[in-house]
Design a protein. Structure first.
Length: 489
């Protein structure tokens, strides 16, 4: 439990400290706190690997959520490393003042804490509170620049996600109501582990209704179509480091919550005429999100909005895979969560430098990156190649597993998935070619660029495409067994 407490307390203590600090030391402290959280998360992963799970004081960490905890702290650290010089540049350009930097660093750690709390709590009520807390923290980050567009995006995010999370609260109350007749101790009505142990005794009709509200509520945070309207605006108007953690981490946390709820609903509906209702709803929302986002990629004029739609596309694919169920689809979805987070975080770091180089986020004005500054041009090219699912990157591996599972379980949907992948591929590369290889604008000069996170992320994604390490394969297999009850490897 010590490692878990340090993982959670590091950002809790760090947030108020960063709210008081001024100057360059705040950026370094942000990095140090994130490094401490990562070290504790890795120690926690070793404990879970040895014991199977770590539980106590209302927390529970098992094979499913521990790898997301490590991923969250890893991306949190590398993004903090990127954001230190990036936010210094933003401050030097006059877009934010010293108070804005304090808000940024404090909310950055608060955001990480809420995600870690959501991942590790064993209580569905606290899970809801943590996801709502993440919304409040990111509202302040989205509106950091205080432009009319940023304030509008923040309000749009707050209102849409506020309505969504209110529906999730009602769904959580319905789960508590269903638990009253299944658990001897009513105080455990929101404890996930207790509910999972008695899932077969939960009232099926109430659980079906609860899942609909929870799917709409948490699906808003995932960015599922048609609940996605906040996400492109939040990405395009907020600071680029926020986009990296928002796309790479927060969407995963919301999807994690849905999968946990699905496990309860599947158990309660096992003996009913429609035992796969939760999975079918996830498949439907996921497939629509996947296809619609792929089409919207073709219409974008802002580079950050374009990649936000790419995030919606991939979250739809993961949602579809978890809905499809079975060990192969679930293993592929877990792997896709990992490689998508790493790849998309690398892309947003690169996009931040590309926008700095061009002086704009407008795609039509970003040209000739590989001629002006080859490191940025090649990073963007490789990032897009990876996220589009080209071999030998890990996204290809996870998508191949998902296609294989679909051909086995629902072969009639395979052409739809292939068409969606082709549409997304075309949407990305029609914009990529001129940005990377086009003629650079007059007077475009190289800029200071910190591409260490990009090299780390893409290196890991390449490694996972060539060979999944044995410890990670066993880790994901145990998580697959926990979710589906079937071992893959």
């Amino acid at each position: 439990m010590t490692a878990l407490l340090v993982t959670l307390l590091a950002p809790v203590i760090g947030a108020p400290l960063l709210a008081l600090l001024r100057g360059p030391v705040a950026g370094w402290l942000n990095v140090a706190i994130s490094a401490l959280a990562l070290g504790a998360a890795m120690a926690l992963a070793r404990e879970v690997a040895a014991a199977g799970s770590v539980a106590g004081f209302g927390f529970r960490v098992d094979d499913f959520n521990v790898y997301l905890v490590v991923l969250t702290t890893l991306v949190g650290l590398t993004t903090a490393i990127f954001s230190r010089p990036y936010m210094h540049h933003v401050a030097a350009s006059g877009r934010v003042g010293s108070s804005g930097l304090r808000i940024y660093h404090a909310m950055y750690q608060a955001f990480l804490f809420t995600m870690l709390l959501a991942l590790t709590t064993d209580n569905l009520g606290i899970l809801w509170v943590a996801v709502e807390g993440a919304t409040l923290a990111t509202v302040l980050l989205v509106s950091l620049y205080r432009t009319p567009e940023a304030v509008e995006a923040a309000w749009k995010y707050f209102i849409l996600c506020g309505v969504g999370i209110a529906l999730a609260l009602f769904g959580t109350v319905l789960v508590y109501f269903a638990a009253q007749h299944a658990l001897a101790d009513a105080s455990l009505g929101l404890t996930w582990s207790a509910l999972y142990g008695r899932a077969g005794d939960l009232e099926p009709a109430v659980m079906r209704l609860a899942f609909v509200f929870l799917l709409v509520g948490y699906g808003t945070k995932v960015g599922l179509v048609p609940l996605h309207q906040w996400l492109p605006d939040a990405h395009s108007e907020g600071p680029t480091p926020m986009s990296a953690v928002l796309s790479g981490l927060l969407l995963n946390v919301a999807l994690y919550a849905l999968v946990r709820i699905k496990m309860l609903v599947d158990g309660s509906l096992a003996t009913t005429p429609a035992p796969h209702l939760a999975g079918q709803l996830l498949m439907g929302f996921g497939l629509v999100s996947f296809l619609v986002a792929g089409l919207f990629l073709h219409r974008q004029r802002d580079i950050k909005r374009m990649f936000s739609y790419s995030s919606i596309e991939h979250m739809g694919l993961m949602t579809f895979a978890f809905g499809l169920g079975g060990p192969l689809a679930t293993f592929g979805a877990l792997l896709h969560m990992l490689v998508h987070s790493l790849t998309k975080s690398a892309i947003f770091v690169t996009v931040g430098h590309a926008a700095h180089l061009a002086g704009t986020q407008t795609i039509d004005h970003i040209r000739g990156l590989i001629r002006t500054q080859p490191a940025i041009g090649w990073s963007l090219l490789l990032g897009v190649v990876a996220i589009a699912g080209f071999p030998p990157f890990g996204v290809f591996t996870s998508e191949f597993l998902l296609l294989s599972a679909t051909m086995d379980a629902q072969p009639w949907l395979t052409p739809t998935l292939l068409a969606g992948l082709a549409i997304a591929f075309a949407g990305l590369f029609r914009h990529l070619q001129p940005m990377v290889y086009g003629a650079p604008p007059e007077g475009q000069q190289p800029v200071a660029a910190n591409l260490l996170p990009v090299f780390l992320y893409l290196g890991l994604v390449l490694w996972l495409g060539l060979s999944i390490p044995g410890f990670l394969a066993r880790w994901l297999d145990r998580a697959t067994q926990l979710i589906t009850g079937v071992q893959l490897l």
